[in-house]
Design a protein around this ligand. Structure first.
Ligand code: KE4
Length: 472
């Protein structure tokens, strides 16, 4: 049920919605124009009563009331929203409020939520069962599609999340090189495995965790960190740890410290340094894969890593992650080789189906031009609107991924991002929520558009932003 987004049209209760005869329509046409004049557009109060009730109950059942920390709105404040349904670019909460959605389930909803063709394919797949625990043809189909699309991937392994993909790829890199250390960048997030919860972004940054308790110092000590976009720091660390670093892993466009694009030449310099040192280069494209281009950031920026992780989009909303890359490396993964990694539901037919249909839609001509255009217009309008209201705002986008900071900018790394006005971001987030626009509930996240976002969605978003910028 598509409710109105916070604005109630009171005339609907007084005008019969029975179909009128032609003559009656003339009368009703006249009367309806009077009615229309009398329409009192009342601002329906933005109530979250049911969300509040449900979330309070959730907090007794699940830690913080959520199954992933960023959903708890800790850094933006206010009542988290409990949703009832999603479709296209929209979401509806259990209080009947409608939102234009720029989170897209954190990336998977790139062709729009609940796509009819994806749903139809899932219904057919469901009739054959949900999981075989054994090979199915659909795994071949999605694997071949991913291999055809992503420049670095000659062979791929499917898992159930981005975290699993990043865990698997690091174990593989360590086995292939015989080295133990890895290098990541401050503010980047590669899932919640021990090795990565060191100066991580996303929810770790959102909650201001000094890095998670429970991670043995022995594990953390094997993880080196450098500021994003600082290739000199990387060169120094590789020199200092010569012969000990198995891999560098990074978000080729950062989405987990807020949106931070690579400086010109940064990715190419990492490729040169890693080749020089016998270090594997890993692009974590869980967020950027199939979002910045059909071949991901590596196609967009023309830099090919040795290994790549994927997730989100390739599952089309069902749990799928993947890691892949050079055949000589991937052939080490069990049972082809000795590097063990496994998963009960990996490659299940439902998840494969959703991924196959989603990527099929993305292959349609013009998809990425549309994503880039819509997202560019959105972020340009947000930055201009913020500045027109007297705020320091900077932002950017690549393909269907965007972000902005309340800062003069440019924001080149996590330290810069942390200096932005995160309290103002929280006020802006709440204001937009009350206007029916759902943004990521943290400054240290990115925003996502879809092929379902319309010019009207953008217009409503930017009109709402103009009002909120003036209120905060
Ligand atoms: P998952 O385990 O959440 O599927 O993927 C981990 C991951 C790995 N790499 C990158 C670049 C990622 O962005 C992610 C997960 N992204 C977050 C959003 N920043 C997922 C949302 C959440 O944690 O609830």
């Amino acid at each position: 049920m598509a409710a109105t987004s916070g604005v109630g049209l009171s005339w609907r209760s007084s005008v019969s919605d029975r179909p009128a005869s032609k003559s009656a329509r003339r009368v009703s046409g006249h009367s309806s124009s009077l009615v229309k004049m009398a329409i009192s557009v009342e601002k329906k109060p933005f109530t979250l009563e049911k969300s509040e009730e449900t979330f309070n109950a959730a907090k007794n059942l699940m830690p913080g009331g959520v199954n992933s920390p960023v959903r708890a709105f800790k850094s933006v404040g206010g009542q988290p929203i409990v949703f009832d349904s999603v479709k296209g670019s929209k979401m509806w909460d259990i209080d009947g409020n409608e939102y234009i959605d720029y989170v897209g389930s954190w990336g998977p909803a790139i062709i729009g939520h609940a796509d009819d063709k994806v749903n139809a394919a899932l219904v057919e797949a469901l009739k054959k069962g949900t999981s075989f625990g054994a090979p199915c043809v659909l795994e071949n189909e999605l694997a071949a599609t991913v291999i055809d699309a992503v420049p670095s991937i000659e062979m791929v392994r499917f898992v159930n999340s981005g975290t699993e993909a990043c865990m698997g790829v690091i174990r593989l890199a360590r086995a292939f090189t015989g080295r133990s250390k890895i290098l990541k960048f401050e503010g980047c997030y590669h899932g919640h495995a021990d090795s990565f919860l060191v100066k991580a972004g996303s929810g770790v940054a959102t909650l201001g965790l000094p890095d998670s308790p429970g991670v043995p110092s022995a594990a953390a000590s094997l993880t080196l960190t450098a500021p994003y976009n600082d290739s000199a720091a990387v060169a120094a660390l590789l020199e200092l740890n010569r012969g000990e670093v198995a891999a560098i892993i990074l978000e080729p466009v950062v989405g987990n410290a807020g949106f931070i694009p690579p400086a010109p030449g940064f990715l190419a310099e990492l490729r040169r340094l890693t080749s020089e040192h016998g270090v594997l280069l890993i692009f974590d494209e869980v967020m950027t894969g199939f979002r910045l281009a059909y071949g991901g950031a590596q196609e967009r920026f023309g830099v090919t890593p040795d290994l790549t992780t994927l997730g989100k989009v390739i599952g089309g909303g069902l749990p799928v992650g993947a890691y892949g890359g050079r055949r000589d490396i991937m052939e080490m993964v069990a049972p082809a080789g000795p590097v063990y990694q496994a998963g009960t539901l990996s490659g299940n037919p439902l998840a494969m189906t959703a991924g196959i249909e989603t990527l099929r839609r993305l292959r349609e001509p013009g998809s990425y031009e549309q994503l880039d255009r819509v997202t560019g217009e959105l972020v340009k309008g947000l930055v201009e609107g913020g500045k027109a209201a007297g705020h320091e705002v900077c932002g950017g986008h690549v393909g269907g991924m965007f972000g902005f900071f309340f800062a003069e900018g440019p924001v080149a790394n996590f330290e810069d991002a942390k200096k932005s006005d995160t309290a103002k971001f929280g006020r802006f987030h709440r204001g937009m929520l009350e206007e029916g626009v759902y943004l990521a509930p943290s400054q240290f996240e990115a925003g996502f558009t879809s092929l379902a976002h319309t010019a009207q969605d953008l217009e409503k978003t930017l009109e709402a932003a103009a009002r909120v910028f003036h209120r905060i």
